[in-house]
Design a protein around this ligand. Sequence first.
Ligand code: PRP
Length: 213
Amino acid sequence: MSEPLRIALTKGRLQDKSVELFEAMGLDCSPIKDPGRRLVHTIPNYPLEAVLAKAPDVITYVEHGVCDLGIVGKDTILEQGKSFYEVLDLGFGKCRFALAVKEGTDFYGTYKTRRIASKYPNVARAFFAKKGMDVDIIKIEGSVELAPILDLADAIVDIVETGSTLKANGLVPIEDVAQVSARLIVNTASMKLHKEAIDDFISRCERELERRA
Ligand code: PRP
C-alpha cells in the first residue's frame, strides 16, 4: 500500500469540526478524539495520518510539504499569504473580520492618521491600502478590544463571531473586512505526486459538504 497522506489540523474549535466532518465521511477518528499527549495520529480505516498544530504552523507544514493537506481558517490564510492550493471552503468556523470602534466614534470624520490595532496586521494593512488610507498599524497579540479602550488605537480589525466581545467592551463594528471560514489546503507538489489519493479525499469531503448543503 502507498504511504498515507498526512493532514495538519488546526487545534481547538476547528479540530472538533474537522473530526465531525471526517466521521461523517466514514473515517474512524477515535485516535484524534482521545489524543493524550500524542500529536500524530493514524486513521485506522483510511490511508491518512493527522497532525495537530496551531493555525500558522498548519500553513508552514503544508508549504514545506511535510504535510500534504491542511485545515485552517481563512483568517490565517489572509494574514500569512500563501503558496499552496486552497481547494475547498469547508463551511464551518464561520466568522468575519470587522473594523470596530468605541461606540460614538466618528472614525472617518477626521484627517489625522488613524491608529489601528490588530492581531492581523497584514489583513488590516491591506484593507486600508485598498481604500488609499494611510494608517499606523499596531500589532497586538490578543484581546485587541483593549487597545481602543485604553486609547492606544482609534479602531481595531479583528475576528467577530457572535459580536459579544465587542459589545461587552463598548465597541461597535462599522465595516466588514472579510468573511472567514475553514479551508482545505493542499501542498502544490503533493497535488501532482499523490493526485489519485488527494482527489479521493477531496471528493469524499465534497460529497459530505453537498449532503450538508
Ligand atoms: C477572538 C477575537 C475576539 C473574539 C470574538 O478572540 O479576537 O476577541 O474571539 O468572538 P465573539 O464575536 O464571539 O465575541 P479569541 O477568543 O481567539 O481570544 P484572543 O483575543 O485572546 O486571541
